[in-house]
Design a protein around this ligand. Structure first.
Ligand code: MAN
Length: 349
């Protein structure tokens, strides 16, 4: 038994029907991949809300943002010879790639970690400017020295990169623009500095030579990143053969920094595994899961907007228990608990 996740019996915790769309004329297609943090004695999710108009049988339609923040709807006839629509998530039209949904981020909170609600007085976070016109996605939330660092995927026709905003009160935000240029995503900043330096994991994609690997970078200020090192590569024939990417910020343990990451095959099956990094020098990989710690097995993970996916970018830690919140089939938000000791067993440490 390699799947050691204890799924919440209440799963899915949140589904598209549970929230109202941000705009009249749009429907929530997916609710997924939340960043997770503690604040004000509550557990919070910063959920990715992916929207589009109700779809018809003859046209595909999706929202995009203008550079000054207005929402426009693109409509393309499904029989248009210039349209390639084979992936639920992306379409290609006249040689340009578009996302089929537009994502923003929304705050929800909970007292028990199971029932989440939208608190009053907090705004939605939308894509802003030329590099986020196709939305913002999959935010990691790092709490470092009393400041929250939000690192998320910013998408536009110029590419997919890592945007960052910071906040201390979740009401006012400072934008640092794009901190890692395309193609890059899955960026998680460590919640402690090491020898005075910020560290992050990130996932550039190299098209011709290389691949979709997890990299480590350092920064003196959290804005300017250098000393990039490739630390986790895909493994041929394995559950993580086509893509690997970091989940949320690494968890500091006595054995090292524990990172829960996702691995995918060429067929787009997403599982979770773990990797243990040296406490003083996180470029040193101490151990890595041979078998995944979580595999899509439940109905809500196998079928949905994009099936056979478990994907996490947020967790909370309480002693031996790690509670991850995860996107299931790119459509629902679910929860699962892991024992740290059982993850160490999976890692053989
Ligand atoms: C991939 C998927 C999508 C996502 C885009 C852009 O296609 O992860 O869910 O919207 O990349 O990040």
């Amino acid at each position: 038994m390699t799947d050691i996740a204890r799924r919440f019996p209440e799963n899915p915790l949140l589904s598209p029907k549970d929230l109202i769309p941000s705009l009249e004329g749009l429907k929530i297609a997916c609710l997924l991949n939340p960043g997770v943090f503690r604040f004000d004695n509550k557990i919070w999710l910063l959920v990715r809300v992916a929207e589009r108009p109700e779809q018809s049988e003859v046209i595909v339609s999706f929202p995009i943002l203008t550079e000054d923040g207005k929402t426009e709807i693109m409509e393309i006839a499904l029989d248009d010879a210039d349209l390639i629509a084979t992936d639920a998530r992306v379409v290609r039209y006249k040689g340009v790639d578009y996302l089929t949904t537009l994502s923003h981020l929304r705050l929800l909170c909970s007292d028990d970690g199971v029932k989440f609600y939208e608190p009053e007085g907090y705004s939605y976070l939308y894509g802003a400017g030329a590099l986020q016109t196709f939305g913002i996605e999959d935010c990691r939330v790092t709490n470092l020295d009393g400041k929250f660092y939000l690192t998320f995927t910013g998408v536009s026709a110029s590419g997919v990169g890592v945007g960052m905003r910071t906040t201390t009160d979740w009401k006012t935000f400072e934008s640092a623009g794009m901190i890692l240029p395309p193609h890059n995503k899955d960026c998680a900043i460590f919640e402690e500095k090491i020898n005075g330096m910020f560290y992050c994991l990130h996932r550039p994609s190299s098209v011709d030579i290389g691949g979709n690997f997890i990299w480590l970078a350092q920064s003196p200020d959290g804005l300017h990143w250098g000393n990039h090192q490739c630390i986790v590569r895909t493994r041929a024939g394995s559950w993580d053969s086509a893509r690997v990417g970091a989940g949320a910020a690494p968890i500091k343990t006595e054995k090292g920094w524990l990172e829960i990451y996702h691995g995918a095959t060429a067929e787009h099956r997403y599982c979770l595994g773990a990797v243990l990094l040296d406490l003083q020098d996180p470029s040193i990989v101490i151990a890595r899961s041979v078998d995944p710690i979580m595999v899509p097995t439940e109905e809500y993970e196998l079928t949905g907007f994009f099936g056979h996916v478990v994907f996490t970018n947020g967790h909370i830690v309480d002693g031996d228990t790690i509670t991850i919140y995860y996107g299931a089939a790119d459509e629902h938000v679910c929860g699962a608990k892991f024992s740290l000791q059982e993850i160490f067993q999976n890692l053989g440490v």
